[in-house]
Design a protein. Structure first.
Length: 70
């Protein structure tokens, strides 16, 4: 894996797709604690994509956020 902008965007989209599929945030296929920089890079940007998708979904439906916490 090359650590470049294309890979970064692919990982963001992969995280967004995982959120859309209903995967939890801890379903990341990359290991953030690995000594391998590619695994750390993957975990960082996959998670950012997942969080961005969740934030966008919550912005569209604020009641869902309130009901999910109960």
């Amino acid at each position: 894996m090359e650590l470049n902008r294309q890979t970064y965007l692919a990982l963001l989209n992969e995280g967004k797709a995982a959120f859309a599929a209903g995967d939890p945030s801890d379903a990341c296929p990359y290991d953030q604690y690995s000594a391998d920089p590619e695994q750390q890079f993957g975990a960082r940007y996959w998670t950012q994509g997942w969080i961005a998708a969740r934030t966008a979904a919550e912005a569209q439906n604020p009641e869902a956020e309130a009901s999910a916490g109960q």
